[in-house]
Design a protein around this ligand. Structure first.
Ligand code: GDP
Ligand code: IMO
Ligand code: MG
Length: 432
């Protein structure tokens, strides 16, 4: 068997949580491979909103094992909180959630350093979620990091103290004031870590997943953030600190490239972005406000209003190329329902069709738009085939398939599990 990958093609928040929850019954394993609690993956189950940050989005499916891979960074108090929230929904996670021993940890000092670095940047700040992601990955690659499995046994607390003291030294050098409750934060961190280790022994994620594939089980790797936030290929430095593209599923889970199967690329029918950085199709007018309110575009992790704009075809083509996408999933076409005119940026001025200047000159790009007639979806109708959709939405989907040369396999039309249709794959794309 091969592992499939599902990831976001834009700046995150494309609806990965919902899509993974919908596809999970076809898989025995759901595996997160990068990022950490900066992610906010929303599931709506029977009218209840659940936001997952570190736990994979297959957790509500009885038959799925969920694994936090070695490429993820874990903040123990946040993870334990997430686990407790899920227990309130009646979920028993023991034996259903596995944590890779090699996953790196976010320490209290990482969060304080994240804050200190952002404050020092002033107007040039990245707009980080301030969850300590950057400093935790920095320590990982500088080989100062602590991993989930390192905290087992009596030496764990000593290792923590050494790392924490180093963070205190760095914070002092930055003249950053420590919070008054830092001692409590440290105690809470160590206590939650101990509780996690009791309930979730560190796992050899790579071995388990390869064994699963060998025995014919199906694995879905769940991306976090989006391709345009990739540390290498996003508009650096306005990116996150991990690789968010499909290649990261290999290193973040310990699966060889030859074992990667299908890559599902997810995108919204428009664009959103949280935090700073280039956004060529951003709408700073009432249309942007209308998109935000129609799509309820407020961050699932920080609650910040998301910047909104039209769909950006050059950026989408770029992300498809980086990831080797086989099939597309479009979300939130329902949020555009009622707009008279819908636009798509089809190229950037002076550049070839679909040529994208990312990440070299992203601030220079001036998008050229094509207009499409809007559509109106009926809130009382459930759409189960593409043919039932309004003709203008059908044309919009066909246009995108032609331009991107890929099939749109699923069309998501609302946040609930049932609000998705598997679209017919026409002859030109058959066989993928
Ligand atoms: P993720 O980070 O990619 O998992 O996405 P988020 O959960 O941060 O943001 C996506 C938001 O859109 C969530 O509130 C979802 O419940 C919601 N959502 C997902 N798919 C759809 C859809 O097709 N239509 C609408 N209206 N909302 C959706
Ligand atoms: P999901 O998985 C949207 C953005 C932040 C900021 C930049 C760096 O829910 O799609 P970081 O906290 O990593 O230092 O922030 O990346 N960002 C996200 N934006 N969705 C996310 O995750 C994000 N995770 C990070 O807003 O601009
Ligand atoms: Mg999100």
């Amino acid at each position: 068997m091969k592992a499939d990958v599902l990831l976001g093609l834009q700046w995150g928040d494309e609806g990965k949580g919902k899509a993974v929850d919908v596809l999970a019954p076809s898989y025995e394993w759901i595996a997160r491979f990068q990022g950490g609690p900066n992610a906010g993956h929303t599931l709506w189950l029977d009218g209840k909103r659940i936001v997952l940050h570190t736990i994979p989005s297959g957790i509500f499916r009885e038959e799925c094992m969920n694994i936090i891979g070695n490429g993820v960074v874990i903040h123990p108090p946040s993870l334990l909180h997430e686990i407790k929230e899920l227990r309130k929904h009646g979920l028993n996670l023991e034996g259903k959630l596995l944590i890779s021993a090699k996953a790196h940890l976010i320490l209290p000092g990482h969060r304080l350093l994240d804050q200190a670095f952002e404050s020092a940047k002033g107007d040039y700040k990245i707009g980080s979620t301030l969850r300590g992601i950057g400093p935790a990955y920095t320590d990982k690659y500088a080989r100062h990091g602590l991993r989930y499995g390192d905290l087992v046994g009596p030496q764990g607390e000593t290792l923590f103290q050494l790392a924490h003291d180093e963070h205190l030294r760095q914070l002092k050098a930055l003249r950053s004031e420590l919070p008054l409750d830092i001692a409590n934060q440290v105690r809470e961190w160590l206590d939650t870590m101990a509780e996690l280790l009791t309930d979730f022994a560190p796992s050899d994620g790579s071995w388990l997943l390869n064994q699963a594939l060998d025995s014919g089980q199906r694995v879905l790797a769940e991306g976090a953030q989006g391709s345009l936030l990739d540390v290498e290929f996003g508009a650096y430095p306005f990116v996150t600190s991990s690789h968010t593209t499909s290649a990261a599923a290999c290193t973040g889970l310990g699966i060889a490239p030859t074992r990667i199967g299908k890559v599902y690329g997810l995108f919204k029918a428009y664009c959103t972005r949280v935090g700073s950085g280039p956004f060529p199709t951003e709408l700073l007018d009432e249309t942007g406000d209308a998109l935000r309110s129609a799509g309820h575009e407020f961050g699932a992790t920080t609650g910040r209003p998301r910047r909104c704009g039209w769909l950006d075809l050059p950026a989408l083509s770029y992300a498809i190329r980086l990831n080797g996408v086989h099939q597309l999933i479009i979300t939130k076409a329902d949020a555009l329902s009622g707009f008279d005119e819908i636009k798509i940026a089809v190229r950037y001025q002076g550049l070839d069709h679909h040529q994208s200047p990312y990440p070299d000159r992203p601030t220079d790009c001036i998008p050229e738009y094509q207009s499409f007639p809007g559509w109106k979806l009926s809130p009382n109708q459930s759409y189960s085939t593409r043919q039932q959709l309004p003709p203008s939405l059908q044309s919009y989907l066909s246009y995108l398939e032609d331009q991107l040369n890929l099939p749109i396999r699923w069309v998501s039309l609302g946040p609930e599990r049932s609000q998705i249709l598997e679209s017919q794959i026409d002859g030109t794309h058959a066989g993928i």
